[in-house]
Design a protein. Sequence first.
Lengths: 320, 347
Amino acid sequence: MTLFKTLAGAVAIAGLMAGSASAADMTVGFSQIGSESGWRAAETTLTKEQAEKRGIDLKFADAQQKQENQIKAIRSFVAQGVDAILLAPVVATGWDQVLEEAKDAEIPVVLLDRQVDSSDDLYLTAVGSDLEHEGEVAGDWLVKEVGDKDCNVVELQGTTGSSPAIKRKAGFEKAISGHDNVKIVRSQTGDFTRTKGKEVMESFLKAENGGKDICALYAHNDDMAVGAIQAIKEAGLKPGSDILVVSIDAVPDIFLAMANGEANATVELTPNMAGPAFDALEAYKKDGKEPPKFIQTESKLYTQSDDPKAIYEEKKNQGY
Amino acid sequence: MTMPATIKRVLPQLAALVVILALNTAIAPGFLDIAYANGRLYGSLIDILNRGAPVALLAIGMTLVIATRGIDLSVGAVMAICGAVAAALITGDHSLAATILMTLGVGILCGLWNGALVAFLGIQPIIATLILMVAGRGIAQLITEGVILTFNDPGLIFVGSGSVFGMPFPVILWIVIGIAASLIFRTTALGLLVEAIGINRRASALAGIGTSALLLAVYAASGLCAAVAGIVAAADIRGADANNAGLWLELDAILAVVVGGNSLMGGRFSIAGSLIGAMIIQSVNTGILLAGFPPEFNLVIKAAIIVVILVVQSPASHTLFAFFKHRPGRAAETPAGAAKPEEGGAR
């Protein structure tokens, strides 16, 4: 009896220890690019939140847009002997040496949001969004929304030549190909900004019969859509009904517009890249399971029926 | 300065503007249509006047600075600072009047900082204003804490997208401020004094002109114009975007001044010319948007048109025009008689 009790107690304690060993004992270093955009600030907030929730000790280093600061941060993480490193690389090249050092110290590195040009055995996995898939989700929504009706789409592109602009355009085009009733009639860059989004939308409205010939607007980011919505309103049309508005990113302000019925849909570029990264790390630490080299985050579609007001309240405090 | 002389002075710029507008009409049918809807005038021409407002406002101050042989690279950043200040104040429950007055004050302060570096420390204007150009955007980001600071105050929004007698308010702002500045500098000796500094600062000082005070005032005026432009830009999108507000607009403002026929070497200046220059630039921008070319072509087309305008305006081409104009009757004219009008025309 006593022996049984002792055994049971030992098992229970061992179980507890095993349970805590997977997360609570983990120390993770996070080298963030900086805080150049609201999205990145939200990514930092959510990473800290996720770490706290899982009992992970997170060491945070802000690189202020400089690769040399990131390399310094990684070296100091290695010196401190952390269990894993999260890296949001500011540029794609020049990481071989420092990743090699982390590998020699047997510290797994997980890339967040952006990729590097180094060989993929230098890091454990990369967590990120598929930009082309985001455009596709937006296009699929529009195709379904308009059904068989003819729909002339105007497109506000991101900064010319930037990879989100190229891929989000390609994804959307892929989604609407084969649906001849939906076609892009005008496409111009709005530089990802509200001001340019508004100015370019004004010219679209003028060029397309005062906006009467436009059925939908596809913007490569929410900020341009917010600017364009103002231009549509000032032209005396109703955004959201006269002209459908679909965009990408899911920043708080677009949810406010959706709550007012002025925007229809947005595709989320989730700032929660750390969640899947920690999941993969915990699985790897526990039983050495190698995750795939690229973990794609969900590109979730939000529409007016998703209680945009509540999402706005929730997102507003994430640092966007 | 008599009226006909003023008009004659900006004749080449007006001609360029008409040509661009004609091109736009050819590209986009209905370009000249103006309708009245929702209590405001509505049309591409109105868009040009309205969208060109920030650059036009900046160009007024920039003209004065350039007339003193200076340059103000900080105006875009000052726009971002003032937009951020205005948004922060109005969301901090300050009254509209207090918000606007304090924001204009911040703009003047920024200008005084530039002016002090130039007038008292003798730092070259391009370097002196480069400091605030770089630092200003950071200051604006500190004020907005890195987010787009949105506001809903109807009074402040009116500055960016309201209208008076159907005309968008920003248009009225730049026209009124432009006329006021022209009157202040042309009905008094101020304009002449500013030109004197631009031509020879040391000689002006020796002649008894308070060059330091005037330089301070001119840079402060540029800061003030940038503050107004900053409020307009923020009010237009109902938010202060520290990263993008006024980005590269200092270059457009300098271009507007140069296209307006003013010399970067200082001296004689025309505010009216700069304002027309700003409208030329905006007409090109709007025309490109209406034309529906792929966006990869935007900057190349803009550059090509600007090059043509500047080449036509250049002193060398004036000599060339005059040469061909006078060639048939060259024997009848003395060379000196042929050279005089060319010189006048080059300005």
